[in-house]
Ligand binder design. Sequence first.
Ligand code: C2E
Ligand code: CA
Ligand code: CA
Length: 938
Amino acid sequence: MSQSAPPPGRRPARLAWRLFLLFVLVALLPLALTDWLASIATTEVATRLSVEHRRATTRHTSRQVLDRMLSGKALLAAQGEGADAQLPAGLGRVFSHVVRLGDKRATSWPAGQADELLLAWSQARSGLDGTEAAALPFETELRVDYSLPTQPRVMLGAYRNSKLAWLAVLDGAYLWAPLADAGAEAAWWVRDGDGRLISLFAGEDYTLQQEGRPAPTEFIETRAGLFLAGELRAGQWEFTQRSPREPVLWRGASLALWLAGVAAAALLAIATLSHWRIRLALEPLAQLTRVTRRLAGGGAGSARVEIRRDDEIGELAEAFNDMAARIETQFDALAGLATIDRDILAGAPFERVVGHALQRIAARYPGACAMVAWRDGAAGLRQAWLAPRIDATRLVLNDRFEPGADGFARFAAIAEDVQRIAAEGGEPPCGALAPCLRNAGLDRAPVAVLLPLRHEGATVALLGLGLEAPLAEEALQPAREIRDRLAVALAARMRDHELVYRAVHDSLTGLTNRYGLQMRLDALLAGLGESGRMALVSIDLDRFKNVNDTMGHAAGDELLCAASQRLQACVPAGAVVARPGGDEFIVLLPDADETTATGVTSLALAALSRPFALRGVEQALGASAGIALAPQHGRERDELMRCADIALYAAKDGGRGQHALFDADLDRAARDRVVLQAELRHAIDHAEFVVHYQPRVQPGDGRILSAEALVRWQHPQRGLLFPGAFIEVAESAGLIDEIGLCVLDAACAQAAAWRRAGLALQRVSVNVSPRQLVAGNLPEVVAEVLARHQLPCGALELEVTESLLMNDPGNARAQLAVLRQRGVTIALDDFGTGYSSMALLHKLPIDVMKVDRAFVAGLGVDDGAMAITRAIVTLARSLRMHLVAEGVETEAQAEMLRSLGCDELQGFLYSRPVAAPEFERLAGLPRGGAARLTVVSG
Ligand code: C2E
Ligand code: CA
Ligand code: CA
């Protein structure tokens, strides 16, 4: 699971932050706005008040200056016209200079400055025009002298009788003292009506402020006019006061600071409160998220939230817990079913599946008792139960009952009738199940529910539940699901059993098959140990092929079944009877020695030799057997089977219906066969076969009429070998087809060569093995060879044996009929030795009968042989067949056969089989002809 969901707690609490920021913002805006408004309003009010106040101060200060000037005026007016040289004392406090203008002289203080002052006076300005002043009898006039480079001087002149009597300069310190008194922060400008500066005063703090501040602070300027025309005959003065605006303070701190402080405190309070409140609201959400994750992850631990609240969140938590409980139950159920499913898929034993199923039931139906009973084999019943009220161990697995046939019937009936019984409310049915129900305590449960498990239409198991009270249909659903799982498991188990059974058993006879035999044999050999022993008997039905060929495969199958039953009936308990294939049976006899093994084998062969009644026909078969013993003959499976096979061959060689015990000599013979097979293969590849020809002569004059082609093997080490040394092995090894073709080809080539050379033979006969007809294409093969050598069909004779015509492999008769129709002569070789029914003979596709050597040899010696030969000759005559006698060694035999009426004679009396050149010499072919011959043998 690689989902991108981060682990709980990693993702920042974004909702909380957003809410928090929102709250703080919402609080911050009005706070800031009110703060701003309040500070603006108060500053405005404060400024207005301050301006009022300054205005009043300015006015007041200008009046004070006026008062001082008026004091000067009064002081001058109070001076008489005294002629004393001494100036009156006390003026010095108000004036800096005083000049008294007596009649002729002027006295000044400080002395000697009268002229200078008078000059200054005359040049100074009053601010009014002179006419106005002259009209008054006595007046004091004020003038400002701007002539000095320093501060202008304010002069007072007092007239007496229109004459200037006193002239004084008001002391600057005295006159402007009110400006200084008005405050150290202010600066003052005093100007006359023309705007000329009379006095400038800057308080200490003001100067400091001006210097220390890079930017000019806000200042308040107030003006006040001083009307001097009335009292002092001067123009109007203007006082300007300029002082810094005062900050609005409360308890020593600026109001703005106070407001900001209050706003900050309010904000802090809001933030804290909202944080607390948001946490309170969102914490449950976080918990829900955590628990939901845990639930989704299916992790351990309970997925419940601990939220007890009486609001919507509390409700949500409750609903969540309900849901989590349901989901957990579902998960639990699924996990339980998954365990069972895993068991099924893993092919766990059914008992284990049942164990898990009962655990599920215990979890799903607490306190309930339960049991599963299932069929085990033909008459067994197995049970597992859960009995919480009876048994402390609770779960008991694997108890077996043998209820018998009746019990089973009951078992099935119970299962079929569960519904009906439930509906009728009758007593729980017991029968075979009584002990099962009792074990689980189901018989005492107030409510018992039985659920059948069905497989292929039959009830094969029961799931029983014992409950305290009836359950709703829906509540039984989990039990049904478990039942269904059990049914699947049981079906799988049955199928497995069946597969295993089929894998190791033969479907026809029900006996152990080759694979099963291997397993049983391996197991027996593995358990043999030091002192253990066993016997393996290989049994082969004799002449089974005859039945199969003449009566068809169905009859053959019937026969095999009957034979297998006889075998099973005569082997001791514990023996294994197997059919590895065909008509071959193997009996494993555990713990059997030679005596026991031969005893059992004799019994088995006797049983098999009794005729079988097949479709109303009695068939006598018989069987041969080979016995191998472990550990004497081998401890390995293949070795032991090979030994038994060799012994079986030996038994067959020794005549059918016998058994043989393996011995080392047999093994040697078998090994020789293997070597011979390999050499034969080599011989085919290296064209080591040659063909000799034996003449067949006319009885009267001995003239050569035809020849029989007989194969020989030019063995590289052993010299020339005769067919008796290798034909049988070649047949059993499946090599005769190729060898036969070689011979056919060589014989046809030779016949064609002889024809071309002028050797007049009626036919050349070639022996055909039954195996060569199995493929079913002999007519085509023959036609191809004849065509290749440009030999007419009439020049070829094929010799077949009676068994071939009786067993009819590959539809042999039909093939021979085709060949015969084309002109090829068919001869019945070794006639008289086989089992041919005389009655059938005339239906067979044959032209020539060859009387077997055995009868010829008996002529003149054995009367029976004479009688048989005579009968054969008579038969052949009546069937209008050409008759050939072989093995003629004496003149007497020849004479007798001639007198009986044989058409051709063959035997050492005339010639042994000889190579082609020799044959040509016998036949009297001119020498030139022979030189052209080439004998082809491959
Ligand atoms: P067969 O078809 O009965 O062949 C006749 C056998 O009798 C030959 O033995 C022959 O040498 C032998 N014989 C002929 N005249 C006399 C006689 O006067 N006295 C005695 N004692 N024996 C005589 P051979 O060549 O050893 O062949 C043995 C058997 O091998 C044949 O019996 C035949 O069944 C089989 N055979 C030979 N050549 C072939 C072949 O090319 N193909 C097949 N399938 N079988 C062959
Ligand atoms: Ca022959
Ligand atoms: Ca023969």
